[in-house]
Ligand binder design. Structure first.
Ligand SMILES: [Zn+2]
Length: 434
């Protein structure tokens, strides 16, 4: 079945920070879609005549059509922990996150929350995410089941944690290995699903459990790995106490074989040069979570140091709900811009939208599937309106034919109200607005 989306198309052929010719813009373009994938992209004058006359065309003459946004670090089990007052990481986890996650012991609750979570992502224009589930294996089943129903490409894993957590959230090295292994067999590469081996972070795993996680990765090298690294000073202190033989926090994961090109590490704020070099050398990915880092008072991600030319670390952008304060990647890009400013740097709109689309697809190893408007990719799309609110309309009155300015208005002032439509595999999703 053929269909098409027409509008002002924006996509990226590379990183605008690295190449001059990265931005693809069709002021009146058409994405032709067949069987859920992009069949052709180009000027309406060229693509239009090639469509059969009965092809349904959704036309957005005033809006920007981009690849669906991608989130590289988010916890679907912290829906009720977002916006919890007054604490920094370790106490915040104990008092809020771990309380919220215990409710996922109930499979019916997990399913309800998975539905809400995925619908909320789509309402914010996010079509793919790398997601932390709770310790309960059925929480991962619930998420994958609901993602499959929506046709979404989601990567996720049950957290492995066998110490320093409440009883109801504790597994052990053997059971976490067996449960993760069974989930991999059930879900990894079933349709669009990808499994992420998920030791929560060093503090909540014994050496035996990190060993088990490393074994899982050796046995399934195309699985993702997700964990947290160097978010908060007290966390770093505790980690060094628990792993005195490691030369650094980053070295803890390295020793257990957990760094590599499929590994995504949340935060990476307080790293030494040696640690950044180790991440670069192993091609691991750092997930930059600006709203979370500001909200929890964790610190300012040093993007310039991380990506310096001699040994660039791969970086993704992420919300980290519920430490993060918004499901919206636009709100996240706004916070990222401010963190850059506080570090004396600039994050251009092109760079930010590249991160949210192609850059994050590359970070997750999914750039052949998603992240750009190119034939063969899934037709996951977001339609954005830079005039979604009165204040945005007033601001846009001063923007004349400048795509970068329009995108900047979207990333600084935009949120879910700017999401006019979201498409998954070429199907327009009905967005829940109440
Ligand atoms: Zn996190």
């Amino acid at each position: 079945m053929q269909r098409a989306v027409r509008g002002r198309l924006v996509s990226f052929a590379g990183d605008p920070a690295a190449t001059t010719d990265a931005v693809r813009y069709w002021p009146d373009g058409i994405v032709a879609i067949e069987s859920g994938r992009i069949a052709a992209v180009g000027d309406a004058s060229a693509i239009g005549p090639t469509l059969s006359p009965q092809t349904p065309v959704d036309h957005y003459p005033d809006h920007l059509v981009l690849p669906g946004l991608i989130d590289t670090h988010i916890h679907y089990v912290q829906i009720e922990a977002i916006a919890s007052f007054g604490l920094q990481l370790l106490d915040w986890l104990k008092n809020y996150a771990f309380v919220a996650e215990q409710k996922y012991a109930d499979p019916a609750f997990a399913t309800r929350q998975a539905r809400f979570f995925l619908d909320e992502l789509l309402r914010n224009g996010t079509t793919t995410a790398l997601v932390y589930c709770s310790v309960h294996p059925h929480s991962a089943d619930a998420l994958f089941t609901q993602a499959e129903r929506r046709g979404m490409g989601v990567a996720a894993g049950k957290v492995m944690m066998d110490r320093n957590v409440p009883d109801g959230l504790r597994d052990d090295a053997e059971s976490s290995y067996a449960d993760s292994k069974a989930l991999i067999a059930r879900w990894h590469k079933r349709g669009r699903a990808r499994y992420a081996i998920t030791p929560r972070f060093a503090i909540t795993s014994t050496p035996a459990q990190l060993e088990a996680a490393g074994t899982l990765l050796r046995e399934h090298p195309d699985c993702l790995v997700q964990t947290h690294l160097s978010e908060n000073l007290a966390e770093i202190e505790t980690t060094r106490r628990l792993f005195p033989q490691a030369s650094s926090y980053t070295d803890v994961y390295h020793r257990f074989g957990l760094l590599g090109p499929t590994t995504v590490l949340g935060h990476c704020i307080h790293l030494s040069e040696d640690e950044m070099a180790l991440l670069a050398q192993t091609r691991s990915v750092a997930a930059f979570c600006p709203t979370s880092n500001l909200f929890l008072g964790s610190g300012l991600f040093d993007h310039a140091a991380m990506t310096k030319q001699e040994r660039p670390v791969r970086v993704g952008l992420a919300t980290d709900v519920g430490g993060g304060t918004s499901y919206s990647m636009l709100r996240t890009a706004d916070a990222a811009y401010k963190v850059f400013q506080l570090r004396g740097n600039k994050l251009s709109a092109y760079q930010a939208f590249h991160m949210m689309t192609r850059g994050n697809a590359e970070a997750l190893g999914l750039a052949q599937e998603i992240g750009s408007l190119e034939p063969g990719r899934y037709a996951d799309l977001v339609v954005l309106d830079a005039r979604a609110t009165p204040a945005m309309r007033a601001r846009m009155a001063a923007v004349h034919d400048r795509l970068d300015e329009e995108l900047f208005v979207l990333m600084i002032m935009g949120d879910d109200r700017s999401v006019k439509a979201t498409y998954v595999q070429g199907e327009r999703v009905t967005l829940a607005h109440s």
